[in-house]
Design a protein around this ligand. Structure first.
Ligand SMILES: [Zn+2]
Ligand SMILES: [Zn+2]
Length: 508
């Protein structure tokens, strides 16, 4: 028996199936404005007596604070009362926003524009108020809510989700700016370290929904990203960096605090120092270009830490755009497919992703390794950093090798009353049949291959074109654990779309 696929009806049905995250990996979207209680609230009133005067509201910051956020509201605006804001730490002025902002946030790495990132020393801080206008007889009651964080955590540069609705979002997860070795053309044509905004502009021009700029080992680009997020309010800027060691490279997504990358050997007891910190903070660890060579050709590029336990790695960069410039194809041993397959065959649930590894923001979009080539498409509950992290963890993800705007692949599987999307698990008795359904767009003809435990057998291959809709033969469980995913190739056999696995587990 076969199942007809890719109908609009099926697509509509798919959207009705609730996405169930794997146990222990669900990260609920948060309302960032309301989720936390203020640590201190400073209340008071400005009257005519404070007109054209400055006042300081002192508060004593404890040691160990990693982020300070202040939300300020005041009344009397109908009488044109204005209260200016600034901030002073125990040693220096930390910024001034006049009457233009109602909140600011400062951490070691990033701060609201107009404020300086840096250490948040314990001691006497002052919120500085100015009163450029208070009329005679007017009253301007104010409230400053002060929030502190004492542990590093995932950073959202935007105050609210970029888009507060579930859907498929397209993005690039690996790129470099002039905060590491990214370069672009100056006015004269000279090659210069590329300002962060040029990469962000290139991604926006490509129509991406999200990007993670991933400069090597540094946290210097995060302050620019916080500023740029406001101006690029339709594209999510995910905090990312490439942990670059002598024994391999790994992107981490979510946290913004410094992570010590200085491993002294290719071993878990070294890697765990930063990998466990990322997970403690709610972030994701993704191994980059695992199949790349190591040595003088590409120093430290290939992944050579072999003793990682289950759970150390959340995802693998299966397609690297920079490597595509050499290999021309995604299924080459220099890409990450081999390492991904190895981890999956060890029973690990790791999500396959892609990244351009762009080092030149102005490389033409038609070329491999340009910003957005390849693209990773992630199903998210909302377009936010938390939605992104949960989406990658859930595994409902596919890779568009050439970074088009429209190619699409979703795979689901049914057995009896069970239904699983990519990243989810079916629990099966021996002999139970599984029906697969795929939704495919943007590829008029070619082949779909079901890859089962890394094997691509002709029995699970299906041709499709305008006259022959895609259909896949059912698969029968042998009662053991497996993983099954789909690849889409064009008529010439070029690998265009790479799906993530649906997992098969024995009935407990
Ligand atoms: Zn790298
Ligand atoms: Zn890189």
């Amino acid at each position: 028996m076969t199942m007809r696929l890719a109908s609009a009806l099926f697509a509509a049905l798919v959207l009705l199936v609730p996405a169930v995250a794997r146990a222990g990996e669900a990260r609920a979207p948060t309302d960032r404005a309301d989720a936390r209680m203020p640590w201190r609230v400073l209340k008071g009133e400005r009257t005519r007596a404070s007109y054209e005067h400055y006042t300081e509201l002192p508060f004593d910051l404890p040691a160990g604070v990693t982020r300070l956020t202040i939300r300020f509201t005041y009344g009397g605006k109908e009488q044109r009362s204005v209260i200016d804001l600034g901030l002073r730490d125990p040693a220096r002025f930390r910024g001034w926003s006049g009457g233009t902002r109602d909140h600011m946030t400062l951490s070691t790495e990033d701060a609201t524009p107009g404020y300086l990132p840096g250490p948040l020393p314990a001691g006497r801080w002052n919120l500085v108020l100015g009163a450029p206008n208070i009329r005679e007889g007017a009253r301007a009651p104010y409230e400053a809510q002060i929030f502190i964080e004492r542990a590093a955590t995932v950073t959202e540069f935007a105050d609210a989700p970029i888009l507060a609705k579930p859907g498929w979002y397209r993005g690039d997860l690996h790129m470099h700016s002039g905060d590491s070795d990214g370069r672009c053309k100056a006015q004269s044509g000279a090659s210069v370290p590329c300002p962060v905004y040029r990469t962000v502009e290139a991604a926006a021009a490509r129509g991406l929904d999200f990007i993670a700029l991933s400069d090597h080992n540094t946290t210097a680009h995060f302050n620019a990203l916080r500023e740029l997020q406001g101006a690029f309010d339709r594209m999510l800027l995910v905090p990312g960096r490439e942990i670059t060691t002598f024994w391999g490279h790994s992107n981490v997504f979510g946290p913004t605090d410094f992570l010590d990358f200085r491993m002294t050997g290719p071993h878990w007891d070294q890697a765990r120092k930063w990998m466990e910190a990322v997970h403690r903070e709610g972030g994701i660890v993704s191994i980059n270009h695992a199949g790349a060579p190591s040595g003088e050709l590409c120093m430290g590029c290939g992944w050579r830490v072999d003793d990682l336990p289950d759970g150390a790695v959340d995802s693998v960069e299966v397609v690297n755009g920079g490597t595509m410039r050499e290999t021309r194809t995604a299924d080459n041993a220099l890409q990450g497919m081999g390492y991904w397959t190895k981890l999956l065959n060890m029973g690990r649930h790791v999500t396959g992703i892609g990244g351009s590894d762009s080092h030149e923001a102005d490389r033409p979009a038609s070329e491999a390794g340009a910003v957005g080539s390849p693209t990773t498409i992630v199903y998210m509950s909302e377009l936010s950093v938390h939605g992104f992290l949960a989406g990658i963890s859930s595994g409902r993800v596919f890779i568009d090798v050439e970074g088009t705007r429209d190619r699409f692949l979703d795979l689901s599987a049914s057995a009896g009353h069970q239904h699983a999307m990519m990243g989810q698990t079916l629990r099966l008795h021996p002999g139970e049949p599984v029906q697969f359904a795929a939704e495919l767009k943007g590829v008029p003809s070619g082949t779909m291959q079901l890859v089962i435990d890394g094997q691509a057998e002709t029995a699970h291959r299906a041709l499709f074109d305008a006259g022959h809709p895609l259909s896949i033969a059912p698969w029968r469980s042998d009662g053991r654990a497996h993983w099954i995913r789909a690849d889409i190739r064009d008529d010439q056999g070029r690998l265009l779309l790479i799906g993530n696995p649906i997992y098969i587990a024995p009935v407990r």
